[in-house]
Design a protein around this ligand. Structure first.
Ligand code: PEP
Ligand code: CO
Length: 438
């Protein structure tokens, strides 16, 4: 059987040319940075830190603009501050960005009004426009994906070390439309408390580096094998292979076959890696994946990202976590409350209800609490903009509102207000988890 979810590239020579180009370009990340992230994820696996991973379902090449990147980074920084301050846990920050350009699809083709074309597989593969020309897989897009990832990551690196992520900026992140929302006001209050704490720290002469910069890492689904293989390089320090397309890569619910090419790829690279686990995953699946992908049982190497659906999580997750834990397997458990909760509104838009997302998150915390295991983090599809893609939330977005500003080329994302809201709710769940109960 061939590798799952690969495009049918029509022109082998063009593919060879793109792959040769990609083999010659500089790495996007360094092996040492991947090791640092693995160390941090080890703390997550041990229950000493919490992972916040978020970004678009699918980035687009046209979307690699300064405004877009800044807005996404800004909401992630705001969420991280809420989690860190309100729940008093270190937060490991990972963007679903600078490489998230390829999508697995449930069908190879898409039919509209009697016309059938190849499905859109992400900007790394073909165009979103529903025309025959645009839908032809074009390997040159892999090279464009590299460049879009490079410019995104370059800007992110500049932002997080160049002053934008300085904790003194907590107020300035809270700008424009979000500021006037109830959650924006709640954030403003928290930012005020942080400001006072910082002033106090400065007054006593404490001004650590951590106040002025943050660690931020990139991640995406490792889907298109040509791309990931071409960017897999041997680390000069250790002589070991790292996938230098991102710090962290994961494989999805549709590509996690034990004997498949994606598991093979992940088993070879030394990055910290993730596997999505959907509601049909059995404890045996999880144990076999762990044995294959993390044979040395190293904490931080492997993250299981569960995406069960709000209705199923309380039934399915306990057995999985219990058996994996009983086997002594080191893993960070992270909740993706998005992908099990997608449905189609009557208008045809793919959407998710904010309440379902919260309900799955709460189920995740409840299950881990009952088992005495650590709810290690959240994996969220979100954007820094004021889009209308998920219904509900404090602004009570209705199905009718979806057409107002629906911009995702794939799954519906939480908008900036909804993202801040979920951060406060998760912080509460975390606080209840960590504080002693009566
Ligand atoms: C995704 O994360 O966008 C995705 C396709 O997820 P999953 O593999 O869990 O369906
Ligand atoms: Co998605």
């Amino acid at each position: 059987m061939g590798a799952a979810q690969q495009p049918n590239w029509p022109d082998p020579e063009a593919l060879d040319a793109a792959v040769s180009k990609l083999r010659s370009v500089p790495p996007l990340v360094f092996a040492g940075e991947c090791d640092d992230l693995k160390t941090k994820l080890g703390a997550v696996a041990r229950g000493e830190a919490f992972l916040l991973q978020g970004g678009d379902c699918a980035e687009t090449h046209a979307g690699a603009t300064a405004d877009n990147v800044r807005n996404k980074l800004r909401v992630l920084l705001q969420m991280a501050v809420v989690l860190t301050y309100a729940a008093s846990v270190p937060v490991v920050k990972v963007g679903r960005l600078a490489g998230q350009y390829a999508k697995p699809r449930s069908s190879d083709s898409e039919t509209r009004q009697g016309v059938t074309l190849p499905a859109y597989r992400g900007d790394a593969v073909n165009g979103f426009d529903f025309t025959p020309e645009s839908r032809v897989p074009d390997p040159q897009r892999l090279v464009e994906t590299y460049h879009a990832s490079a410019s995104t990551l370059n800007l992110v690196r500049a932002f997080v070390t160049g002053g934008y992520a300085d904790l003194r900026q907590v107020h300035t992140w809270n700008t424009d439309f979000v500021r006037s929302s109830p959650v924006g006001r709640r954030y403003e209050q928290l930012a005020g408390e942080i400001d006072r704490a910082l002033t106090f720290m400065q007054a006593i002469g404490a001004d650590p580096d951590e106040f002025h910069r943050v660690d931020f890492h990139s991640s995406h689904e490792a889907l298109i094998l040509e791309y990931e293989h071409a960017l897999t390089r041997i680390d000069s320090r250790t002589q070991l292979p790292y996938d230098t397309s991102a710090h962290f890569v994961w494989i999805g619910e549709r590509t996690r076959q034990l004997d498949g090419a994606h598991v093979e790829l992940l088993s070879k690279i030394r990055n910290p890696i993730g596997v999505k686990l959907g509601p049909t995953s059995t404890p045996d699946d999880a144990l076999a994946l762990a044995a294959r992908l993390n044979p040395e049982n190293e904490a931080g190497r492997l993250t299981f990202i569960t995406r069960m659906g709000a209705k199923k999580i309380r039934d399915v997750l306990p057995n999985l976590v219990e058996k994996v834990t009983a086997a002594g397997v080191q893993v960070a458990w992270v909740c993706d409350p998005m992908h099990g909760n997608t449905w189609e509104a009557s208008s045809g838009y793919k959407t998710r209800a904010f309440d379902d997302v919260i309900n799955e998150a709460q189920g995740f915390f409840d299950v881990h609490r009952a088992l005495g295991t650590w709810p290690g983090g959240m994996h969220i599809e979100l954007t820094g903009d004021d889009v209308t893609e998920c219904v509900g939330g404090g602004e009570a977005l209705a199905e009718m509102d979806l057409s107002h500003r629906y911009e995702s080329v794939c799954d519906p994302r939480l908008n900036r207000v909804q993202s801040l809201e979920i951060a406060f709710l998760i912080a509460e769940m975390l606080r209840n988890r960590t504080s002693p109960t009566a």
